[in-house]
Design a binder for this molecule. Structure first.
Ligand SMILES: Cc1cc2nc3c(=O)[nH]c(=O)nc-3n(C[C@H](O)[C@H](O)[C@H](O)COP(=O)(O)OP(=O)(O)OC[C@H]3O[C@@H](n4cnc5c(N)ncnc54)[C@H](O)[C@@H]3O)c2cc1C
Length: 707
């Protein structure tokens, strides 16, 4: 990316699936079956991305021959379980019913595609339920599920674009018309125009510091799950449900992969006492439900000094041990198993320390039974709207079906109408990719997680949340770099750091105005130049596009003017009348003044010549007031106001009653007036010549030459 200019690729499709996880791939397969053109944009690679990347082993579903003919009864029983109750908080009952009605079809479909859904020839249910309650989760072999689903999507001729991270939805007044993303391997931004968009972007796994803070990737879910779908929906004006509800998982300490309901053991303290009331010996059917009821218990044990908690599988039969290991592999715990084998750990003899992992928000994007969000043309499925594999697979399918049907009737959208928005986002990408100095994304990531942990952590209050929010806002501002540019005026050119309208000074700040296409908000980082023109301004973006903007004090005569920090003069305040145009420059290596730029102040000294031909040299008190060289002389040349530190001034020559000629050390000469610093209202000069103090009234000063 040269000078922040960003390449662009435009892709048109009927249905865009954002995220190629379980839900996204299922949606793509179904939408293709119904004849829609489908693109899947995946941040990682669909073969190994998302929470289902390494496998899963529990599939929530309703199978009439197992659960009985009354689905309502089954649903009621399901919601007694703490995990499902929490996970599905905010999901409407009609959505839950629609999912359960579809779930068995999906089970059969997966089985037929090569994801084994039966164990030893039958439907095997275990885990996530209390003793005596209905078993809700089908055991299945999910190890290869991502490969099977990817191949199926490709077989159906969905286009999969791996390494494309979508970062914003594009919408018009009716609804969503596409999205914009960045290719993480190639140098380009991708603009996707779509009649319908399905969000299958998964959970939020990276909002809080991971259980091993030194390792960014050490999250139980997946590194790529950063809550993008929820954030995009929120920014596009869509409704979210319960984003504040937190969840804590438990699993092997520092290994950050859970297998919570797959372990066949008992969680015990250091004295061998079970920490929960549910099991006293390994039980392969129900496991230990303690973490699902209160995952934070393990952290409480540590904090209170009671010590670590262990998953203790001792006493397990050989047959049950084989059973557990089989499902641990399918749940994607192969690296843990490799580690256990390498270290010679035998789970039949050695308890494994467990811990509470980081907080993850349980909130969702609101959907109805058709997987429609509150924004027309936008659908959501999977962990974004209803958690777990069973629900992700089933609702992905349902979303694909409805999105394809909608796309058949929907008019072809025109993303070009939202060109300004696209350019704004391209500018941000360009600015971030070319930045060489300042904090990088990892530091921003750590700062964000730290703020979330401390201010929106397990303990929350209005005051904490308010303080946290203000820190987040400051963090967001830091993403911007200072504006730098060259301003042309009727009195010449000025170059330096810029403050627009006495206000905006960062690349992330926004210029407002009305264009032919309606209201516009353009980030300064995207702007190449602004030229005063008639009742407004011509704004040229870095991409070369031009807009004529009016109707706001950013672009018309109500603008308070441009402040330039020009090193020749100090600060220059250019009123709108004097302003002609500005061209912005990238100063990636310059983030503003550093500590060393603030030099130690010196006393003013020099020679004062009086009109009677005498000279007085020594320390100077100027206007009976200014003593140090960092103090400011103020003056106006009729159009532009100068605020000049005395250390930049070589000579001041009073001219008539109204002003003075100021000669600067940089060689520039200015005729300034309109300030008591340089006109007849000046209170005069005191010069210390050795021990002698001389007061010289302003009217007698011929010139002052500073050392
Ligand atoms: C260790 C572990 C074990 C689990 N075991 C079970 C289990 O046994 N049973 C069960 O029901 N559930 C289980 N789950 C949960 C289950 O994996 C998820 O519910 C399921 O994967 C959600 O599917 P999804 O399609 O919504 O999201 P994911 O499968 O997580 O996919 C989301 C995809 O979106 C992509 N993406 C995100 N943001 C963007 C973006 N901006 N642009 C482009 N792409 C993007 C991601 O890279 C990812 O590929 C487990 C989770 C973990 C972590």
């Amino acid at each position: 990316m040269e000078n922040g200019a960003v390449n662009e690729e435009l892709i048109q499709t009927d249905v865009l699936c954002i995220g190629g996880g379980i839900a996204g791939l299922m949606a793509a397969i179904r939408a293709r079956e119904l004849g829609a053109k489908v693109v899947v944009a995946e941040k990682c690679n669909t073969l190994h991305s998302g929470r289902g990347r390494a496998g899963n082993d529990h599939f929530w579903c309703y199978i009439p021959e197992v659960h009985g003919a009354d689905m309502e009864l089954f649903l009621k029983d399901c919601l007694k379980g703490p995990k499902l109750k929490l996970m599905q908080a905010g999901t409407s009952m009609s959505v839950l019913r629609t999912f359960l009605e579809k779930s068995f079809d999906i089970v059969k479909l997966w089985d037929s595609w090569g994801i084994p859904m039966k164990y030893q020839g039958g439907w095997e249910f275990a885990g996530h339920s209390f003793h005596g309650d209905v078993l809700t989760h089908l055991k299945y072999e999910g190890l290869k599920q991502k490969r099977v689903l990817t191949e199926k999507a490709l077989e159906k001729k969905a286009e999969i674009m791996n390494r494309v991270m979508i970062f914003d939805l594009l919408r018009n007044e009716d609804g969503v018309i596409g999205a914009i993303g960045i290719h993480t391997r190639e140098d380009k931004v991708i603009v996707l125009q779509a009649k319908a968009v399905i969000l299958g972007t998964g959970f939020v796994d990276r909002l809080y510091p991971p259980s091993v803070p030194g390792w960014l990737a050490s999250v139980a879910g997946s590194l790529t799950l950063t809550g993008d779908g929820r954030a995009m929906t929120y920014r596009a004006g869509g409704e979210l449900v319960g984003p504040e509800i937190p969840r804590r998982h438990v699993g092997p300490r520092y290994f950050a992969r859970y297998g919570q309901a797959t372990w066949v053991g008992v969680l015990r303290d250091t004295h061998g006492k079970p920490i929960g009331p549910y099991v006293t010996k390994p039980d392969k059917r129900y496991g230990d439900m303690t973490p699902e009821v209160k995952g934070v218990l393990l952290e409480d044990y540590m904090k209170s000094g009671k010590g670590p908690v262990y998953m203790d599988c001792r006493g397990i039969s050989d047959e049950d041990y084989e059973y557990m290991m089989h499902w641990l592999v399918h749940e994607g715990n192969s690296s843990l198993i490799d580690h256990i084998n390498e270290e010679g750990i035998d789970l039949r003899k050695d308890p494994v320390e467990f811990g509470t992992y980081q907080m993850v928000p349980e909130g969702k994007i609101w959907i109805n039974e058709k997987a429609e969000t509150s924004i027309k043309g936008l659908y959501a499925a999977g962990d974004e709207s209803m958690g777990g594999i069973g629900a992700s697979a089933s609702y992905g399918w349902i979303a694909g079906e409805h999105a394809a049907t909608y796309a058949k009737e929907a008019p072809a959208p025109k993303v070009e109408k939202g060109r300004a928005e696209i350019e704004e986002r391209k500018g941000l990408v360009g600015e971030m990719c070319t930045r060489k100095e300042g904090p990088d994304w990892k530091e921003a990531n750590i700062a964000l997680q730290q703020i979330m942990q401390d201010y929106a952590g397990p303990v929350r209050s209005e005051t904490l949340l308010k303080a946290g929010l203000s820190y987040l806002q400051r963090l967001k501002k830091k993403v911007g770099s200072p504006l730098y540019g060259e301003v042309e005026t009727r009195r010449g050119r000025f170059e330096g750091f810029i403050q627009w309208d006495h206000d905006e000074c960062l690349s992330t700040d926004v210029l407002d105005g009305d264009s032919e296409d309606g209201d516009m908000e353009i980030q300064f980082g995207n702007i190449q130049s602004i030229e005063k023109y008639r009742r407004g301004s011509l704004v040229t973006l870095k991409s070369g596009r031009e807009f004529y903007l009016t109707g706001s004090n950013d672009v018309n005569s109500e603008n308070r003017g441009v402040i330039v920090k020009d090193p020749r003069f100090g600060r220059v305040l250019i009123g709108w009348r004097a302003f002609e145009n500005i061209t912005f420059h990238d100063r990636v290596n310059d983030s503003g003044p550093a500590f060393d730029d603030f030099i130690v102040p010196k006393m003013l000294s020099g020679v004062v010549k009086t009109k009677d031909g005498k000279t007085h040299s020594g320390r100077i008190i100027y206007d009976l007031d200014e003593v140090y060289d960092l103090e400011i002389l103020d003056g106006n040349d009729g159009r532009i106001e100068y605020l000049i530190p005395f250390r930049k001034i070589k000579k001041i020559t009073p001219e008539r009653r109204y002003g003075s000629i100021i000669k600067l050390k940089s060689g520039e000469e200015l005729e300034l007036e309109d300030s008591r610093d340089i006109d007849e209202d000046n209170d005069g000069i005191i010069v210390w010549d050795s021990d002698k103090e001389e007061y010289i009234p302003w009217r007698e000063v011929e010139e002052i030459v500073f050392n």
